[in-house]
Design a protein around this ligand. Structure first.
Ligand code: ZN
Ligand code: ZN
Length: 336
């Protein structure tokens, strides 16, 4: 047996405390053991700690933006070697044979499992995972700054590919936090015209540096009038309830409003707002294995990484408090 030191919530909404668990001596045929160096903190970790989605199992070790070094590999693992640096994201496994898995879109598999739901996640010294869902990291990306790409990065990269957003598109990103600051960078690197909608316009200088061509207040509806009918694609990362009908009004005909963050309340407005102009509401969730590999290659090519605040693992509660207060610029990362 191998003992693994971690930090866990013992019950819903609890502060994390030191927690240890054991695994068998050897990884299973397709499994790998990873010595964790860094783990990003995603907003989903807060939702899991608080059991907002009613799927959490306690003790809960959060963490699904993991970077570390492979310590041991199972007998069937051929693509990953001991000593290699890998990243692990939200998805832990899938059935590997349904139509979605065969299409390389394992993120739609009905049998998929998550890294830190019913399994112990990355706020720990080690993790044992399925090696088929671990990804070699490009050498040019630092572990601290690349960790948030594994969930946050692929979450905002995928919709651009899924919905074939062309380089000449006018793109808006709503909410510039952990997800949004990466979305600005991807949209700019893809060649798009990029607008940042934020509730804290005092961040303007930073948002321009991330790639925005302009910064607009997300709640100043009068200030948005000049942008009526302007955007091909609006990507929303926020949990706040905004005036979504107003944002649909900012779309050009055939434009899309895409959610990767879930607002607290239902999204409600008259269907006529979509009918006139043939507009769409849509969503997107993480990305399959091929998409993650593409995202990492694209990120390395264009030097896209997260701007991070680094915390030692023992200060995980301080980091979570800052995230709850919406103070993190722009992604908290734990160093193990
Ligand atoms: Zn996440
Ligand atoms: Zn499947």
């Amino acid at each position: 047996m191998t003992k693994i030191n971690a930090w866990a919530a013992e019950k819903a909404a609890a502060r994390l405390s030191p927690f240890a668990y054991t695994t068998g001596d050897r990884p299973g045929p397709f499994e790998i053991d990873v010595r964790i160096s860094h783990c990003g903190i995603c907003h989903s970790d807060l939702h899991l700690i608080d059991n907002d989605w009613m799927i959490s199992e306690y003790p809960l070790v959060p963490g699904h933006e993991i970077v570390g070094t492979v310590q041991a590999v199972g007998a069937q693992v051929s693509s990953i070697e001991v000593g290699q640096r890998v990243g692990i994201g939200w998805q832990r496994s899938s059935c590997m044979h349904c139509e979605h898995c065969i299409a390389g879109e394992e993120n739609y598999c009905a049998q998929q499992q998550a890294t830190c739901v019913g399994h112990f996640g990355g706020f720990a010294e080690f993790v044992r995972v399925d090696g088929r869902f671990a990804f070699a990291l490009p050498e040019t990306l630092s572990s601290e700054n690349a960790a948030p790409l594994l969930c946050g990065g692929v979450t905002v990269y995928t919709p651009f590919r899924l919905y074939d957003i062309p380089a000449h598109a006018r793109v808006a990103v709503v909410g510039i936090g952990g997800l949004g600051h990466l979305a600005l960078q991807y949209a700019r690197a893809m060649g798009c015209e990029v607008t940042a909608f934020t509730s804290t316009p005092e961040k303007e200088k930073e948002l321009l540096a991330f790639g925005a061509h302009r910064v607009v207040s997300s709640t100043d509806e009068a200030g948005q009038q000049a942008l009526q009918g302007y955007f091909d694609f609006i990507l929303s990362t926020v949990f706040a309830d905004l005036n979504w009908m107003q944002f649909v009004g900012l779309l050009r005909p055939k434009g899309r409003l895409c959610f990767v963050g879930a607002p607290k309340s239902e999204v409600r407005f008259p269907a006529f707002a979509l009918i006139s102009g043939a507009k769409s509401l849509c969503g997107s969730v993480i990305g399959g294995r091929k998409m993650i590999r593409d995202m990492l290659a694209f990120s390395a090519r264009h030097g896209i990484v997260a701007q991070t605040e680094l915390f030692p693992l023992e200060r995980v509660n301080d980091a979570l408090d800052r995230l709850r207060r919406n103070e993190v610029r722009y992604r908290a990362v734990l160093e193990v």
